[in-house]
Ligand binder design. Structure first.
Ligand code: CA
Length: 245
């Protein structure tokens, strides 16, 4: 089950950049462009039925919040206060505002960390892992580069090459392959793949998987009928063979 992040940021470009970067790392990302949208998502978002993280029905539907302060309908601090009253969720504040006073006030108000814009995505991801670890959720950096027998997959660069030649994948094919790369060497169940690639409401659509795995094999296997990379684990799921170190 991927961890779910709520990203509250009104700068559309930054929101898109962060959403894509987090998705590549394997996070499920909900985005909000205002305070009210953020609050509505927190109030109404529900966990997919397969979730193992939400042990009680009133558990928050997200695992971490990334919160901008300057929002069109108010200050992110309002949301921080609401979050602190209701949940023990880690909250990372991202803001263009400098100043020690501000930072100390926010940390006192319950923010787990504070990043001043501009920050690197790598730093944000590392701080997210720390904040989650402090709450007892272990997160290993995701595998985003995979190499094996002439196949080279760079998730961050969105690039797949086979024996040096670029391989063109559809967005869904790429998403499915990326999910397998993040668990390379391990079996990923049908249900997990369907939930992570298509969404919880598609968890019974195993024919989607058969179709898209067929397409991926046609593009990535020397003999799609005798796959050597994208293996079927009968009755369980699929496994991408472990990459080379
Ligand atoms: Ca802003």
């Amino acid at each position: 089950m991927s961890l779910r992040v709520l990203l509250v940021e009104d700068d559309r470009e930054l929101r898109t950049t962060l959403r894509d970067a987090l998705a590549i790392e394997g996070y499920e990302v909900l985005t909000a462009a205002s305070l009210s949208e953020g609050l509505a998502l927190l109030a109404h978002a529900t966990r997919p039925p397969s979730s193992t993280l939400a042990s009680t029905s009133d558990a928050p539907a997200v695992d971490l919040v990334i919160l901008d302060l300057g929002l069109p309908d108010g200050d992110g601090e309002t949301l921080l206060a609401t979050l602190r009253r209701r949940h023990a969720l880690p909250v990372l504040v991202v803001s263009a505002r400098h100043g020690d006073g501000q930072k100390i006030r926010l940390l006192d108000a319950g923010a787990d960390d504070y990043l001043v814009k501009p920050f690197s995505v790598g730093e944000l991801l590392a701080r997210m892992r720390v904040a989650l670890r402090h709450r007892g959720t272990r997160v290993d950096p995701a595998v985003t580069h995979y190499v094996s027998g002439g196949l080279d997959i760079d998730l961050a660069a969105h690039r797949v090459t086979l024996n040096g030649a670029p391989c063109h994948l559809t967005p869904t094919e790429f998403k499915l392959l990326a999910r397998l790369v993040r668990s390379a060497g391990q079996v990923v169940t049908h249900r997990q793949l369907l939930v992570d690639v298509w969404g919880a409401e598609y968890c019974d659509h195993t024919h989607y998987l058969r179709l898209y795995m067929g397409q991926l094999r046609a593009k990535l296997e020397a003999d799609p009928g005798e796959p050597q990379r994208l293996l079927t684990e009968p009755g369980v799921g699929y496994r991408l063979v472990e990459g080379e170190d």
